[in-house]
Design a protein around this ligand. Structure first.
Ligand code: ADP
Ligand code: MG
Length: 400
């Protein structure tokens, strides 16, 4: 394993607003190696953009408190002076944003904007910059680039504009490309084309990519690793295969069940996650996900789980208070098409088993792997009776 290209260590970003302190990013750590792709996934408002904007120093201008480290080539971007960071931004690290229109100036020809992107960081003449602009449009698959380079952004379709944005980000052959919801504004067909383009460019240029999305389906094909964010924290992290085959967090299960059908191998119904993301000013007590978790226990409203390694799944970590055995059983149940209420009843509300008895509910044996460890796992956790089923009570404040 080579040393990481980017290493984020215990990053915290807080905004001081009239309503209070927004804990937008609350102690996240991740790293990405050269040429690899990391997917950062979570619902709107979970801190995905803020963490990436902070990498580029773009949250400094708000009244933000920023703690932790973001190491890039061994240098800390959090504490780096603005003039040095400016040399990295758009050069070694480039970013593409969700809405291409907000990043492309409507009054200037696409070619001129591409040339600017080149000229900021390269001491080349205008002719060379123009040639590079044409080359970049070609690179991102825009037909007839010599004509297109002289057109305005409004003359491009949504998908083509996003290609222009990608071209702009690639102007200086970045080592790291951060793509923030690059396909959200696009229809599914164009979305697939853009993802294929990113993958192809990565292979040709060897850059690392951080792709941010609310849709796990988007990152399934393209990511090596996935970090799932909830309420400013990473709640689960693993290689992509583990996230899809043995996800551990109830929130990840929810995301998996809400993947649009096109990217889902099975003919399953889309199930949105019930409830709303919590306020980041007044966060829930205990586990931040407890007000929405179908498997909440009384103690989960008090205890704040930390990211911890998942047994028998190297490089995989999760912040969940359910025991590994219970999680395995519930996920297997969900995979088999069973309903959360039923699984909750069976595995979470099950009466306390006397220590050492190893008596699991009947029917458990039918679920196959993981049975051996389940009895011990169940007894290892306090099985407090939980009466509320929706759990959508404590500590949730709407932000709006
Ligand atoms: P995501 O990209 O996951 O949708 P963001 O990272 O944009 O979420 O936002 C995380 C939280 O930080 C949200 O609650 C958002 O309202 C808040 N936030 C973002 N930027 C600012 C800012 N400049 N000032 C105050 N709060 C902010
Ligand atoms: Mg965002």
């Amino acid at each position: 394993m080579s040393e990481p290209l980017l290493e984020v260590k215990d990053l915290r970003v807080r905004f001081h607003t009239e309503d209070g302190v927004v804990h937008a990013v609350d102690g996240i750590s991740y790293s990405i190696e050269k040429g690899k792709t990391l997917g950062i996934v979570g619902e709107s408002g979970s801190g995905k953009s803020v963490s990436s904007l902070t990498t580029l120093g773009l949250t400094r201008r708000f009244r933000a408190s920023i703690d932790g480290q973001i190491l890039f080539g061994g240098r800390d971007l959090v504490s780096m002076p603005e003039d040095q960071l400016r040399k990295i931004r758009g050069n070694d690290i480039a970013m593409i944003f969700q809405d291409p229109l907000s990043s492309l100036h409507p009054f200037y020809k696409v070619g001129k904007q591409l040339m600017e992107a080149v000229l900021i960081h390269r001491p080349v003449g205008r002719a060379a910059a123009h040639a590079r602009a044409v080359e970049l449009l070609e690179l991102v698959g825009i037909p007839d680039p010599k004509t297109r380079v002289n057109q305005f952004p409004h003359e491009f379709s949504g998908g083509m504009r996003q290609r222009v944005m990608i071209a702009m980000a690639l102007a200086n052959e970045p080592k790291l490309l951060i793509a923030d919801e690059p396909t959200t504004a696009l229809d599914v067909t164009v979305q697939a084309q853009i993802l294929a383009l990113l993958q192809d460019l990565q292979q040709r240029l060897g850059m690392a990519i951080i792709i941010i999305t609310h849709d796990l389906g988007v990152v399934a094909e393209i990511s090596d690793d996935i970090a799932v964010m909830y309420a400013g924290r990473i709640v689960e992290r693993a290689d992509t295969e583990s996230i899809f085959t043995r996800p551990q967090h109830p929130y990840t299960w929810g995301l998996l069940k809400s993947i649009p059908l096109l990217t889902s191998p099975r003919d399953e119904e889309l199930v949105p996650i019930a409830g709303r993301p919590p306020s980041l000013i007044n966060r829930p007590s205990g586990c931040f996900f407890h007000p929405r978790c179908p498997y909440v226990r009384e103690e989960h409203k008090r205890v704040d789980p930390r990211l911890a390694p998942v047994p028998d799944s190297p490089g995989h970590s999760v912040a969940c208070l359910l025991s590994p055995g219970v999680r395995t059983q519930i996920w297997q149940g969900l995979e088999a098409g069973r309903q959360p209420e039923e699984l909750r009843h069976e595995y979470v509300e099950a009466p306390a088993v006397p220590a050492g008895a190893g008596v699991a509910a009947p029917g458990v044996a039918a679920s196959g792997a993981g049975v051996a460890s389940s009895g011990a796992a169940v007894t290892g956790v306090a099985t407090t009776e939980v009466t509320t089923t929706d759990g959508a009570d404590a500590g949730q404040e709407d932000e709006s």
